[in-house]
Design a binder for this molecule. Structure first.
Ligand SMILES: CCCCC/C=C\C/C=C\C/C=C\C/C=C/CCCC(=O)SCCNC(=O)CCNC(=O)[C@H](O)C(C)(C)COP(=O)(O)OP(=O)(O)OC[C@H]1O[C@@H](n2cnc3c(N)ncnc32)[C@H](O)[C@@H]1OP(=O)(O)O
Length: 206
């Protein structure tokens, strides 16, 4: 019989697909001079975002803070709306939390990017009521490609690892959203000066 506690897993090395390995000529990510200071909260990029928006009552309401270098920390409280099995978070919701925390790195790089690839490891079940403590880090940049990884821990920043992700984000222009988003929401976003300012600020780099 295993001595591993219920729900626990022996740590194993993470194997990522080749697309998540930066090429030899990739460079280290550079923290933008106007990035929020370490410890500063990173606001929602869009009020209707399922990951961080406060106008999504069943969303994750994930809250992020800037860390040192090109890192962020984030917290997500698992609520009953996020269940997959009785009393446990849905894996897709946990993937969303990882995706959103990785997305928040954009505030430190000051580029707009979308997830091209997201690889997730579900290490431990995450009960409803858990506060998932996430860290995310940009690890390399190659042209428009941003390589990054994230980890989610149960109950505290030093809690047991529950989820991990490796990801590739691809830099895009604001037009990516304008050209592809449903017109109703794009029109509303464009009519909101704060939203437009937020988006345009990312397109002007020193
Ligand atoms: C007015 C409204 C404005 C709203 C925005 C406002 C503010 C934004 C500010 C801040 C944002 C802050 C936080 C955001 C937080 C969000 C977190 C959630 C993020 C998401 O949840 S976002 C949704 C899911 N996401 C998508 O909806 C993407 C759909 N997709 C596409 O739109 C295209 O697919 C795209 C653009 C990815 C690439 O298309 P493309 O034509 O531009 O470029 P291309 O294909 O050439 O790829 C270039 C290089 O990336 C490699 N590459 C690409 N994809 C790969 C893959 N899957 N695996 C391996 N490599 C891949 C290629 O191999 C090539 O590599 P190489 O250069 O070496 O050849």
């Amino acid at each position: 019989m295993s001595t591993v506690p219920s729900g626990g897993k022996t740590p194993r090395s993470v194997v990522r697909s080749p697309a998540l390995t930066p090429p030899a000529d990739a460079i280290a990510p550079v923290r933008h001079p106007q990035a929020p200071a370490p410890g500063e909260p990173i606001g929602s990029h869009y009020a209707h975002c399922f990951g961080c928006g406060d106008e999504q009552p069943h969303g994750l309401l994930l809250q992020s803070r800037a860390g040192e270098g090109v890192t962020i920390t984030a917290e997500f409280t698992v609520r009953p709306a996020h269940q997959g099995a009785p009393g446990l978070a849905h894996g897709g919701v946990l993937a969303t939390a990882l995706d959103e925390s990785l997305g928040a790195l954009q505030w430190l790089l000051r580029v707009i990017a979308v997830t091209g690839k997201l690889e997730t490891d579900f290490v431990r079940p995450v009960p409803v009521g858990t506060v998932l403590f996430l860290t995310a880090e940009a690890t390399a940049v190659s042209g428009r490609k941003i390589f990054c990884s994230a980890t989610g821990r149960l109950g505290g920043p030093d809690g047991p690892v529950a989820v991990r992700a490796g990801a590739l984000f691809v830099e895009v222009k604001v037009d990516h959203f304008v050209d592809n988003g449903r017109q109703e929401e794009i029109r509303a976003a464009m009519a909101d000066p704060d939203q437009v300012r937020r988006a345009r600020a990312f397109e002007v780099n020193p």
